[in-house]
Design a protein around this ligand. Structure first.
Ligand code: NAD
Length: 358
């Protein structure tokens, strides 16, 4: 394919700034590799509520169903965070989008740039060479199971952890396939010593493993996995988890990369996929042209790899970012007082450096 339609939902806070950077890099890659990209824009989050009263207007949903991939910035504003009772909220737009598009798999690569090893809270010698790819189930498990209610005058609270075999199979297939394209190791995380749903999870993953004889499958209990992740992150290749365990583990793993401003994600299902930075709308730095655009740009790279099957282009983007870091350029979030050789750039200038490096 030589032309792609990308839907843009820039959202709130630093969303528009980092998405703008990602689009510039996408354009540069298009010029270099000779393909066309067209963008369609719509609203989500607070920006959408302000204009339409709806955090995900119908026009945005229609747009999302008519593009090859969606690039999202971030949603959220302090006015909602400070008012938990607000009925219409930015994050409802994101949840509705995930649900409508059937995005059941959340993919989060944890890539560590060698030049940034010292910014992590882990020792560089433990971290160097770590490269982990998470597959987290996104539409099932305890966040969605019912009943979910209060009983006995509010003194008893009930949530339900429910998984169906088919829900486990579809994400496990994806994770096995990813592992067979990488280092052929898959670690499935559960709590099968305690939870019945985890026993079904493990049983199902074990059955599927017969279809992927080239992938070495291991299982870890969630508590051990949380420990192993910081004890020896290099032992992992692809990690497969249910919804809640993945929520917690991926945030833990995000810290080993050094900054929230570095991490991309993809949410995929049967139709069009959603590509977005892991970070939120960062209202504290919004509008100041200081946000780190790398997470959004890496999300574009993930889009090239996953949605457009253009691995070379994705690798090229990663190489360009790595080069800019090697040349000593940083956004303010990665500034280290101890290193005098760093050159701190604003978002737009940092993006230009990446494009020059392409
Ligand atoms: P956040 O990720 O927005 O920010 C946390 C901290 O990291 C802040 O100090 C921020 O300045 C910094 N940061 C984040 N991204 C950065 C970047 N690209 N470059 C430099 N620094 C960066 O999380 P938060 O402060 O907890 O939440 C802010 C708002 O975002 C809330 O309304 C929250 O609900 C929302 N949120 C949205 C998403 C999403 O859209 N997927 C995810 C998380 C939070």
């Amino acid at each position: 394919m030589n032309s792609y339609k990308i839907g843009i939902l820039a959202g709130d806070g630093i969303g528009p700034e980092v998405v703008d950077s990602a689009c510039k890099v996408i354009d540069a890659i298009g010029r270099k590799y000779n393909f066309n990209v067209s963008y369609t824009y719509d609203l989500i989050g607070h920006a959408a509520i302000e204009k339409t009263g709806n955090p995900l207007p119908d026009s945005a949903l229609t747009m999302c169903n008519n593009v090859d991939a969606i690039l999202l910035g971030a949603v959220g504003m302090p006015l909602y965070d400070n008012d938990p009772s607000a009925k219409v909220r930015p994050e409802q737009g994101l949840l509705k989008l995930r649900k409508s598009l059937g995005l059941f798999a959340n993919i989060r690569p944890i890539t560590i740039f060698d030049e940034l090893l010292f910014t992590s809270s882990l020792k560089p010698e433990i971290l160097k060479g770590a490269d982990i790819l998470f597959y987290r189930e996104l539409t099932g498990g305890i966040y969605f199971g019912t009943p979910r209610e209060r009983r006995d005058n509010g003194n008893v609270a009930i949530d339900t952890l429910r998984y169906e075999r088919s829900e486990i199979e579809r994400i496990a297939h994806m994770a096995f396939k990813a592992a067979s394209r990488r280092n052929k190791k898959l670690c499935s995380v559960d709590k099968a010593n305690v939870l019945e749903s985890s026993r079904l999870w493990r049983e199902t993953v074990n059955e599927l493993s017969k279809n992927y004889p080239d992938v070495a499958l291991t299982h870890l209990f969630i508590d051990n996995a949380a420990m192993q992740l910081i004890l020896n992150p290099r032992q992992f290749d692809v990690i497969l988890t249910g919804n809640m365990f993945g929520d917690i583990l991926t945030d833990e793993a995000s810290q080993i990369a050094g900054s929230l401003g570095l991490l991309p994600s993809a949410s995929v299902g049967n139709k069009v996929g959603l590509y977005e930075p892991v970070h939120g709308s960062a209202p504290d730095i919004a509008g100041k042209n200081v946000a780190n655009p790398v997470a959004a740009i890496m999300s574009a790279a993930l889009m090239f790899e996953t949605a457009f099957n253009r691995k070379k282009e994705a690798e090229d983007i990663k190489r360009a970012i790595s080069q800019v870091y090697a040349d000593g350029f940083r956004t303010i979030d990665l500034a280290q007082e101890t290193t005098k050789t760093e050159k701190i750039l604003r978002t737009d200038k940092f993006t230009e450096k990446i494009i020059e490096s392409l």
